[in-house]
Write a protein that binds this ligand. Structure first.
Ligand SMILES: Cc1cc2nc3c(=O)[nH]c(=O)nc-3n(C[C@H](O)[C@H](O)[C@H](O)COP(=O)(O)OP(=O)(O)OC[C@H]3O[C@@H](n4cnc5c(N)ncnc54)[C@H](O)[C@@H]3O)c2cc1C
Length: 488
């Protein structure tokens, strides 16, 4: 069996990666060891940039009405009202719903998701990867051009590839449960308890309450030996309330360990999502950053398989995404210390609280937390949007009077060239880039722009120090007609 790409893991990141590859015209299969989609949810929220990533593929509306949440770092609240852009995250969407939505999209795109199949080994050959899969029919092999490991924090593929996973080991344990039949009041993470302990209670759906407890000194635990009574006992010690009578639908624990893979790519193997970075869920960002890994990798790997990726394009995946994984690990560690160190941290909390009343400081933090602050290296230039994501709500005014949103023009995951110059000559990259002529700039000082399939602005006019052809060649390779002329 030969395929362009094998994706390991049908969590949110594996499904997103596979769909992005499929949009790029690539043959992809997903292997997932679980026989059926999980009903429990670790995550219940995602960041603004991840909401935008879903939006730019037409997926956000599939999640129904979503709620906005404010932003904080380890309990230090950032007033988002001071910004023009919406940095709020999306909450109240249980992870299983996000996964179900992505699995539905995968089915529409014709991506096979082979459940009950565990990847147990692989070997790389000069022109591909042979993957060993244990499934209901026994052991088999699957040959592919590339392997993408989206198999979670304990990634088998990462270990088999020998990629280092350095970071800080776990020192604290947290218990969490989804419970029905309790009437405890909502408790947000910004509420402080004396002594470096924390409790959190939030509404999920259908009367389910998510509770999280950490009591100062609570050590990391083995999930299998944890009981709901232990969690309820700790809850009672910290709040004075009993939730022992609640019906526990899901019980788990997590730690404050934080690790980032030494490489996101080794040869024909790529890592994405938790396989590449794990961190305590203090900032509720693992899924969000993983989905953005997928959107960054998908079009680049598709370009390589379709034969037009310029030199070095695949390596920009690690160059662009690993710093984000490291930043997440650092910020999550900072959030944990801020939130869980006792009164001795109060002066630091106060200083930070003061700093975030200044728009620049607050903007820097909000940009990291929402993902809207990401700026990739697109070469030199002084346009404020160069290297940043195109705001999805910007509208183009077209000659026929219609005003499409930019997000709606990115559904196909192709490049997008926006120009306001009706006399501009057509470029020969039409097989991978759509060109739209607008009657007025979509944003002040933005007469033209080149948008990558992941929504990031690779070139602007004015404001970039090189010309459009350079940017097109740098990100989208040699145009077909040019390549054909060279061959003739
Ligand atoms: C309590 C808690 C709350 C969280 N809250 C949030 C939140 O609100 N927002 C947020 O953004 N993030 C949150 N996170 C983090 C988020 O849950 C993870 O970052 C996210 O699930 C990572 O997705 P993934 O697809 O990379 O990995 P996973 O979701 O772990 O999926 C990996 C998949 O690979 C499969 N697999 C593993 N090994 C193999 C194999 N060898 N062969 C085949 N299949 C395999 C697994 O069965 C699994 O389905 C939270 C985490 C925790 C613990």
């Amino acid at each position: 069996m030969a395929t362009d790409v094998v994706v390991v893991g049908a969590g949110p990141v594996g499904l997103m990666t596979a769909c992005e590859l499929r949009l790029g015209g690539v043959d992809v299969v997903v292997y997932e060891k679980l026989p059926a989609p999980p009903r429990e949810s670790r995550g219940a929220s995602f960041t603004r940039r991840t909401a935008e990533c879903f939006d730019q593929r037409g997926l956000l509306a599939r999640l129904g009405d979503v709620e906005s949440a404010d932003s904080h770092l380890g309990g230090v609240r950032i007033d988002l009202g001071m910004f023009d852009e919406d940095h709020s995250s999306v909450r109240g969407v249980s992870q299983y719903r996000t996964e179900r939505m992505l699995e539905g999209w995968a089915a529409e795109l014709g991506v096979p998701v082979r459940r009950g199949h565990e990847v147990t080994g692989f070997r790389e050959t000069p022109d591909g990867v042979t993957v060993t899969v244990d499934g209901p029919e026994g052991r088999g092999e699957h040959t592919a051009g590339y392997l993408v490991a989206c198999d979670g924090g304990r990634s088998t593929v990462r270990k088999l590839a020998g990629v280092a996973f350095p970071g800080t080991p776990s020192t604290r344990g947290f218990y969490t449960a989804d419970v029905t039949g309790i009437e405890t009041r909502r408790r947000r993470i910004v509420e402080n308890l004396p002594g470096g302990s924390m409790v959190l209670a939030m509404d999920l759906e259908n009367g389910v309450t998510r509770v999280v407890v950490h009591e100062r000194g609570m050590a990391p635990r083995d999930r299998d030996s944890l009981t709901y009574t232990e969690l309820a006992d700790a809850w009672q010690r910290l709040t004075g309330e009993s939730i022992h009578h609640g019906r526990c639908r899901w019980l788990s624990c997590f730690t404050d360990a934080s690790r980032v893979a030494g490489e996101y790519r080794r040869g024909r193997v790529f890592l994405a999502g938790d396989a590449a970075h794990v961190q305590p869920p203090a900032m509720a960002q693992g899924l969000s950053v993983g989905v953005q890994d997928a959107v960054n990798l998908g079009w680049k790997l598709a370009a390589a398989i379709n034969g037009w990726a310029p030199d070095g394009l695949l390596d920009t995946y690690q160059a662009e995404r690993r710093p984000i994984g490291r930043q997440l690990a650092r910020n999550a560690a900072a959030a944990i210390e801020l939130r869980l160190t006792g009164e001795e941290m109060d002066p630091v909390r106060e200083v930070l609280g003061e700093l975030v009343t200044y728009k620049d400081a607050a903007g820097h933090l909000a940009g990291m937390l929402s993902g809207l602050g990401i700026r990739y290296d697109m070469g030199s230039g002084d346009h404020p949007l160069l290297g940043k994501r195109i705001p999805p709500d910007l509208r183009l005014t077209l000659t026929d009077g219609t005003r499409p949103r930019i997000a709606d023009l990115l559904h196909t995951a192709r490049g997008l060239h926006i120009t306001t110059d009706e006399t501009a000559p057509p470029h020969p990259w039409t097989d991978r880039i759509d060109t739209i002529t607008a009657t007025e700039p979509p944003a002040p000082g933005l007469d033209a722009a080149l948008i990558r399939p992941d929504g990031y602005i690779a070139w602007t006019h004015p404001g970039t120090d090189h010309d459009l052809t350079h940017a097109l060649t740098h990100w989208f390779g040699t145009a077909r007609s040019v390549a054909a002329a060279h061959q003739a």
